[in-house]
Design a protein around this ligand. Structure first.
Ligand code: 13P
Ligand code: SF4
Length: 301
């Protein structure tokens, strides 16, 4: 164990802390974490953890969600500036005007959103549970915010509902082009294409499997062959760890999520040592946002 890793292990013990990490963080961060997963798994596991402190190696909506669900815990963000641009793309004034226009409406909020946007929503979803949850909603009209690509993908499986979309997107996933996927497929003719639903529809139509980061890992682990991966490159660490003999091809230039990559081991040690970058939320806002996240956990079961 190198010195920074052993320092973090000591601090964890001393402070009663646990480390959660998303699949898009750097390899050494994932290797050190106690739990690594997709955004649904991480929000769920945060409610089951006995430790007093959670160090969240991910972007701010993830730490915020953990705090909304577990107000009694201290949530530490190794880099306070690590943020998902999509989390700010839904607009409260648009939510209000859609609510005024449609009576039988559910505001369905992708978890990649700020606490404020969650507070105006009926239920949160992630890419691993959106289909299941929306199918269970009694409302006919669904305002899906903010990711238009995920929303439109899910809507195709639920034709009996009327979807209204907003115009949010992920700059990493929309940077993966259908042309790049076709080029990869022409070279690796037997490989299966696995894509995250934040990709554009013309990429998703080329995919053999569409799913969350955990879904992609699960698919590659339970199927034989080579795989063309259409998501953020950080996922390769777990894919290769679980499947050392399989071959993975990353599409295009493998554009990274710069915010996820801001998390370093040094910052994990610093946040624990100095107890800095704690997630703080106004209690009224937290309670309003709790409703949508708690609904997600219940309906996803
Ligand atoms: P997952 O829920 O699939 O891990 O996705 C999170 C995310 O931010 C994708 O860009
Ligand atoms: Fe946000 Fe995209 Fe990064 Fe995911 S990959 S955290 S959606 S910017």
């Amino acid at each position: 164990m190198n010195s920074i890793t052993s320092k973090i292990q000591e601090l964890k013990k001393e402070k009663d802390a646990v480390i959660l990490a998303h699949y898009y963080t750097e390899e050494n961060v994932q290797a050190l974490a106690d739990h690594v997963g997709d955004s649904y798994y991480l929000s769920k596991i945060a409610t089951k953890i006995p430790n007093r402190i959670i160090v969240f190696c991910g972007v701010s909506f993830m730490g915020e969600s953990a705090k909304i669900l577990n107000p009694e815990k201290t949530i530490l963000m190794p880099d306070a500036s690590a943020d998902c641009p999509m989390a700010h793309m839904a607009k409260i004034k648009n939510i209000q005007s859609v609510k005024n226009k449609y009576k039988d409406l559910a505001v369905v909020c992708y978890i990649n959103s700020t606490a404020e946007i969650k507070a105006y929503s009926d239920v949160c979803v992630t890419s691993s549970n959106a289909l299941k949850i929306i199918n269970k909603l009694p409302q006919k009209n669904i305002y899906f915010i903010p990711d238009a690509n995920l929303g439109r993908y899910v809507a195709r499986f639920i034709p009996d509902k009327n979807f209204i979309f907003s115009d949010g997107y992920c700059h990493v996933h929309t940077g993966i082009t259908a042309e790049a996927v076709k080029r990869a497929r022409n070279i690796h003719t037997d490989a299966k294409v696995l894509a995250h639903p934040e990709c554009t529809w013309d990429v998703l139509t080329l995919a053999d499997y569409v799913g969350s980061t955990s879904g992609i890992i699960e698919y590659a682990t339970t199927h034989e062959g080579e795989f063309i991966i259409c998501t953020e490159p950080g996922i390769l660490y777990k894919l290769k760890q679980k499947n050392p003999n399989k071959v993975f091809h990353l599409v295009g230039k493998g554009k990274s999520c710069i915010d996820m990559k801001k998390i370093t081991l040094q910052k994990v040690a610093d946040t624990l040592e100095k107890m800095q970058h704690q997630v703080e939320l106004d209690e009224t806002l937290r309670q309003k946002a709790f409703y949508a996240l708690a609904n997600m956990l219940e309906l996803a079961e």
